[in-house]
Write a protein that binds this ligand. Structure first.
Ligand code: GLU
Length: 477
């Protein structure tokens, strides 16, 4: 427990688990087996930098190996600690089960301020950290497959993949040891946008169910909905961009490290991000919106959908009662503490839980891993065959129309879309959309059909714990 009386992140996740498992018919032994974190490896290593040896502390935690490989990102932040990594690893187990990616749950972290080091130094540090994990099979295509998380991205994943390849020169599947790589280094189209895209697909699916929308006291579709986004990192940026550019949402506030930008008419997300890129990550000074220094207070402003997309615990005992949004979608991992969740539910707020809402990242990671193991780009075999078939239909329709003097004209827009075979990006988005819809439906079924379940988080836990339990049982445990 910390000074504010808030439980630790891991305790918070465990309590959420307990709340759900109580409603399931499970033996205490199996319940305990699923809840606990299998192992956490701590490594301290030195790297010679700027003329002296710097020591770093890193973790790789494996929560559940009911399926292998285990999966989960690697986070770079000064705040990384064992408790956090274990909580995040547990969330990976439940997330993977919910969206049916065939992985156990894992997570890694390195205590480092990535802004304090230049690119070359970060490469040395990353390679050394990767070396320590690879040596122990904590990075391995068949056993443990990391991915990006806060503070890491394509660049770090490419270094890790290369480090693995150097240490496993004859492993034909070496590239599948990590996901989130850049497309030119074995990555997949659409991985960078995937988590934000998943948030968009999750909201679209939620708004397809009028009954669910009504539970949040909202009506209509996404068009015109006022959104507040906290965190304009990879997840928040993509979610806010897609929702405003493609679904008609108005991003009325963006909260970042240095305060918040507000515009009731809706901010231009791309513009704000470009401004931040040019100004060392700062929003202050952005000319087309009001800037306030107290970002925390903006979290409590009225809106239709609140999107916490940064750190865990930002909605806690201290501010939950003042949150003024009927619908919250947890784009980050663990942004609402257990205590805050209780307060918000009593207020009738509908929460789309993290393990579902941000599962787009690991879903597309799964596609990347499969691509690496199959050694072929998605769509390569069938794209032109698909196009040839569409051509046949269009030509036949046009011939019939001419022969019979019907005068049919296919609109150029329809023709263009119909004649286009699916490339990798289109297939990835289609697979992600299907995954988000299917997982939502599994969750909502429990939410609606069981009298003892009145929120989506418990429903999500029930679905995923049930699947993990099934996997353990079929292994004879
Ligand atoms: N770090 C991301 C998450 O928390 C992605 C994990 C992955 O792709 O393996 O879900």
């Amino acid at each position: 427990m910390d000074v504010s009386g808030e439980l630790s992140f891991r305790d918070s996740v465990d309590l959420m688990f307990n709340r759900a498992v109580k409603l399931m018919d499970m033996s205490p032994g199996l319940e305990q087996k699923i809840r606990v974190c299998n192992s956490t490896y701590t490594v301290r290593f030195g790297v010679r930098l700027r003329g002296k040896i710097e020591t770093f502390t890193g973790y790789r935690s494996v929560h559940s190996e009911h399926m292998e490989p285990v999966k989960g990102g690697i986070r770079y932040a000064l705040s990384v600690n064992q408790n956090e990594v274990e909580a995040l690893a547990a969330l990976m187990t439940y997330k993977c089960a919910l969206v049916e990616t065939p992985f156990g749950g894992s997570k890694g972290g390195l205590c480092i301020d990535p802004r304090a080091w230049d690119e070359h130094e970060l490469e040395l540090i990353t390679r050394r950290f990767a070396y320590e994990l690879i040596k122990r099979d904590l990075i391995h295509p068949a056993q443990n497959v990391p991915a990006p998380d806060m503070g890491t991205g394509e660049r770090e994943m490419a270094w890790i993949a290369d480090q693995f390849a150097r240490m496993n020169t004859t492993d034909i599947n070496a590239r599948a040891c990590v996901t989130g790589k850049p497309p030119h280094a074995g990555g997949i189209q659409g991985r960078v946008e995937a988590t934000g895209r998943g948030v968009q697909y999750a909201l679209r699916e939620f708004f397809r169910h009028k009954e669910d929308v009504a539970r949040a006291g909202l009506s209509g579709g996404l068009d015109g909905k006022r959104i507040i986004v906290q965190g304009l990192g990879n997840v928040g940026y993509h979610a806010a961009k897609f929702l405003s550019e493609e679904d008609g949402c108005k991003v009325v506030a963006i909260i970042e490290r240095d305060g918040a930008l507000l515009d009731p008419a809706g901010l231009n997300v791309e513009d704000v991000r470009q401004w931040m890129n040019r100004h060392d990550g700062q929003m202050a000074g952005y000319p087309d919106a009001k800037h306030v220094a107290d970002g925390k207070a903006v979290l409590e402003e009225a809106c239709d959908i609140l999107v916490p997309a940064a750190l865990e615990g930002v909605i806690n005992k201290g501010n939950a009662a003042r949150i003024n949004a009927p619908l919250i979608i947890e784009a980050a991992n663990g942004p609402i503490t257990f205590a805050a969740d209780e307060i918000l539910r009593q207020k009738g707020v509908v929460i789309i839980p993290d393990m579902y809402a941000n599962a787009g990242g690991v879903t597309v990671s799964y596609f990347e891993w499969v691509k690496n193991l199959s050694h072929i780009r998605f769509g390569r075999m069938q794209r032109r065959a698909e196009e040839a078939r569409s051509h046949l239909i269009v030509e036949e329709l046009e011939r019939l129309s001419a022969d019979q003097g019907l005068g049919w004209q296919l609109s150029p827009d329809f023709k263009e879309k119909f004649l286009q075979g699916s490339d990798e990006l289109a297939l990835v988005r289609s697979g992600l959309d299907d995954t988000m819809r299917t997982a939502y439906q599994a969750m909502r079924k429990v939410w609606h059909e069981r009298d003892d379940v009145d929120d989506l988080r418990v429903a999500a836990y029930i679905v995923s714990i049930g699947r993990v339990a099934q996997a353990y049982r079929s292994k004879g445990l």
